[in-house]
Design a protein around this ligand. Structure first.
Ligand code: HGY
Ligand code: MN
Ligand code: MN
Length: 420
């Protein structure tokens, strides 16, 4: 492998600070949810930085943002590198932003070194990786790989302000339209590489600077709704009650007592819970919640989903309430390309970094890109493994080591036969 150009660590750290100021929260994190003003501000800043370097910038019908450094042979499918800029409502400064800005730093460093690879290299910032403002997650990368936007997404309404998905999508495209080119959804890619924080404790606790991600576990999201009968809190005796919150809490106490305690690899999370009409002296009319279910094995995911549905059904019956369950996300477990994983091991040994092979507990856009081109991820440690929390933190030296590894991996992926 030719010697990889140096990255500029101070420039990367300064960029991270600049982006952390967009949608900054009082607790030191960010609230830059997809297709909001903050998201558009981050996209505009990245576009300005890219154009200042003479890179060309494009967006597609999902507002995925692409920054292109021309290769010697512009007809070849580009190497695609990047992550996302959108965040959780109480998110951290590094989730997504570190991967996107590390990819941009590598593009700049290649340009600084006058290194023009045979094939073009493109940085991407995917739309709506998080999925918290509009479900599902990874909308941008999924539509890119499918080459189409599912019709049912158009009328999705945001939980925070009720904004319609298509209105926000088009407004975001419109905001950048004068500055950037437009592309149809999806194009051939030689390989995809994404750097991300681990969002778990392994690398930090084992003091290993780099994770080589060999796959991603499966995820399913459910929206669960019980409907009963609202009635007077003081005059309605037990036998007349059809209390949806009783049904929901009965089911949840059973699920908390079994799903994760019975299987150390299972993840069961209720992130949102709502009760209507929400009056202190009226029995609820409806009680609803979200379920985020994860497991590395799809057969066990199936079994867990069946058990969860049964638990909700039994509780609905016992409380004489109506139940509806809508699945809003389904991501099957994936294994990344062995050739791409191998390229990362080669890159790590070339620069002498210790690594750990691992499966990602979080989903990522690379999960969808792995259906489109050889894909692989690099993880860096984060403090206490904490993420989706304003206190999310990555040591500056780990950010820089990650960027050095990313540069070595890009150089390797650009030259490796069978991937290049
Ligand atoms: O939920 C996830 O796994 C991702 O971090 N959005
Ligand atoms: Mn992320
Ligand atoms: Mn996230």
């Amino acid at each position: 492998m030719t010697k990889a150009p140096e990255i500029d660590g101070e420039r990367l750290l300064a960029r991270l600070d600049a982006f952390a100021g967009i949608g900054a929260t009082a607790g030191g994190g960010v609230n830059r949810q997809t297709l909001t003003r903050g998201d558009r501000e981050a996209r505009a800043l990245l576009t300005a930085l890219a154009k200042a370097r003479g890179f060309s910038v494009f967006q597609d019908d999902m507002a995925n943002l692409f920054i292109r450094m021309e290769g010697r042979d512009s007809g070849l499918p580009p190497l695609l590198i990047g992550s996302h800029l959108d965040s959780q409502p109480s998110g951290g400064r590094f989730d997504g932003a570190l991967g996107t800005l590390t990819a941009f730093e590598v593009l700049e460093s290649l340009a600084d070194a006058g290194f023009q690879p045979e094939r073009s290299v493109e940085v991407v910032a995917w739309t709506n990786e998080e999925g918290c403002r509009y479900a599902p997650g990874c909308m941008g990368s999924r539509a890119f790989v499918d080459g189409a936007i599912p019709a049912e997404w158009a009328d999705l309404l945001a939980g925070d302000d009720g904004a319609r998905f298509d209105d926000e999508r088009l407004a975001t495209i419109e905001a950048l339209a004068p500055e950037v080119g437009h592309r149809p959804l999806g194009f051939p890619v030689s390989a995809y590489l994404e750097l991300h924080i681990e969002q778990g404790p392994s690398l930090e606790s084992e003091q290993i600077p780099i994770g080589i991600v060999t796959g991603v576990q499966g995820t399913r999201w459910l929206e669960v709704r019980f409907e009963g009968q609202t009635a007077h809190a003081g005059t309605t005796a037990l036998q007349y009650r059809r209390d949806p919150l009783k049904a929901l809490t009965t089911a949840l106490s059973g699920l908390y007592a079994t799903v994760m305690p019975d299987d150390a690899d299972a993840r069961f999370t209720v992130g949102r819970l709502a009760v209507t009409p929400g009056s202190v002296n009226a029995i609820p009319a409806t009680a609803s919640c979200t379920v985020d279910l994860r497991h590395p094995e799809v057969e066990i995911l199936d079994q867990l989903e069946t058990a969860i549905r049964d638990m909700f059904e039994d509780a609905a019956k016992a409380a004489a309430t109506e139940l509806s369950i809508r699945k809003t996300l389904e991501m099957s477990p994936v294994r990344f390309s062995e050739a791409a994983v191998e390229a990362l091991h080669t890159a790590a040994s070339t620069i002498g970094f210790e690594t750990k092979a691992m499966i990602s507990g979080a989903f990522h856009d690379a999960l969808f890109l792995s259906q489109h081109a050889p894909s692989v991820m690099i993880f860096v440690p984060c403090r206490d493994g904490l993420s989706h929390n304003e206190a999310e933190f990555v040591e500056p030296e780990d950010c820089i080591a990650g960027a050095q590894m990313f540069m070595a991996a890009v150089t390797e992926l650009l030259t490796k036969p069978g991937i290049a």
